[in-house]
Design a protein around this ligand. Structure first.
Ligand SMILES: Cc1cc2nc3c(=O)[nH]c(=O)nc-3n(C[C@H](O)[C@H](O)[C@H](O)COP(=O)(O)O)c2cc1C
Length: 369
């Protein structure tokens, strides 16, 4: 552990991916999802090269949230974890970075993408994309505060992409070590198609490695997105909740090997494992079942084309009901394949990508409740 700590906390280079010379993979930071329990579950099915924490909120009264610190201090996934910050106050960003550097972090990541109005109205997250001048000050502050890896995760703009090139130039100017680009503006939320052309543009302009993010639904898609953008790797969020084997499958695809096929019985095993991994002492059964439904909203997109599993799963209230639905839908034909791509029209509710539905934020509560 000590050795791991010194490798990860020492100033230096991006920790190498698991596949020599191959494309990189990362689990996207997701508030209320990418906690220690979920990272451990993902690691069991095939860990990505890098993890990112949920964001640590930074303001005058903030202290690093204890439950997020656990995903650094107790990380036993074997993969480095970057600590993500969201905020705009220079002094408190510097203070928080210094505090987090006392923990086993791979580096410090800055959130320039959160689209929740309550967040961007405070001029943090995606709101900052309107103010390249402020971004320059934040980059300068964090670059000076972080001797090791300083990374940035951004959307391609607020309501337009007018500041995009300027912000990528700031990434170069302040020697950012890794840039993750979600190819949508803040105002596009999760609705529109991902603008992979802007990810390619970042790759052409940035001196650091770029991770392509947004709708990387499968290993095959990952491969074509990498070919189209020239990115150094992919960052995957919601589709890793649906399919935790996705990072292993990406590595197989990148190495030209056959992609592991997943059966419905395997998915049943994943749900069972996730249920036990996310059990917290004192959490009432009903609340735990509701928490599971948020993950299963995504899992259901690969179970059946009619959305029958999703329909039935959403009506359960007890552990017994939930698992009887899982048994019925997943063990009736246990060897049937779990779809590698989400079935078209089978949506995590409310639909993150349908124009008629406006989602409110980064939280799984607001995206899938
Ligand atoms: C439930 C949820 C929570 C999220 N929380 C964060 C966050 O804390 N920090 C961040 O930078 N992005 C956050 N995001 C955005 C994701 O990291 C990612 O950019 C987005 O989901 C697009 O990638 P995907 O299509 O692979 O899901 C969140 C997304 C979701 C669905």
């Amino acid at each position: 552990m000590e050795q791991l700590r010194s490798v990860l906390t020492g100033p230096g280079r991006l920790p190498p991916g698991q596949q020599a010379g191959g494309s990189l993979t990362a689990l996207a930071p997701m508030q209320d999802v990418t906690d220690l329990a979920f990272m451990r579950v993902i690691a069991r099915y095939g860990a990505p090269d890098y993890f990112f924490t949920e964001f640590f909120r930074v303001h005058a009264q903030s202290r690093p949230e204890k439950h997020i610190l656990r995903s650094l201090d107790e990380n036993d996934t074997g993969r480095p974890v970057f600590a993500q910050l969201i905020g705009e106050d220079l002094h408190h960003l510097e203070r928080t970075a210094a505090e987090l550097l006392r923990h086993p972090v791979a580096g410090i990541d800055l959130n320039l993408g959160c689209p929740a109005p309550k967040v961007y109205k405070k001029n943090v997250g995606g709101g900052l994309l309107r103010e390249p001048g402020r971004i320059a000050e934040i980059f300068a502050t964090l670059r000076a505060a972080v001797p090791g890896l300083f990374t940035v995760k951004m959307r391609i703009g607020f309501d337009t992409t007018d500041n995009f090139d300027r912000i990528v130039d700031l990434v170069n100017e302040h020697r950012v070590d890794l840039l993750s680009v979600h190819g949508r503006t803040v105002k596009e939320m999760y609705r529109n198609e991902v603008h992979y052309d802007f990810i390619a543009r970042a790759v052409g302009r940035a001196r650091c490695p770029v991770l392509a993010n947004g709708n990387v639904t499968s290993a095959v898609r990952a491969s074509s997105i990498l070919a189209a953008t020239g990115a150094a790797g992919v960052m995957i969020g919601r589709h890793a909740i649906r399919n935790p084997w996705i990072f292993r499958q990406c590595r197989e695809k990148f190495a030209g090997q056959a992609i592991t096929r997943i059966s419905l019985a395997d998915v049943h095993g994943y749900i069972d494992h996730l249920f036990h991994a996310t059990q917290v002492a004192g959490l009432p059964e009903r609340a735990h079942v509701n928490k599971m439904k948020k993950y299963l909203n995504f899992v259901g997109q690969g179970v059946d084309a009619a959305g029958a599993f999703l329909h039935d799963m959403r009506r359960t209230e007890t552990e017994k009901d939930l698992f009887s639905i899982c048994d019925r839908h997943l063990l009736a034909e246990p060897t049937r394949e779990f779809s590698v791509e989400p079935y078209p029209g089978v949506i995590a509710r409310p639909n993150c990508e349908t124009p008629s539905v406006v989602t409110d934020g980064c939280s799984l509560e607001t995206i899938t409740a």
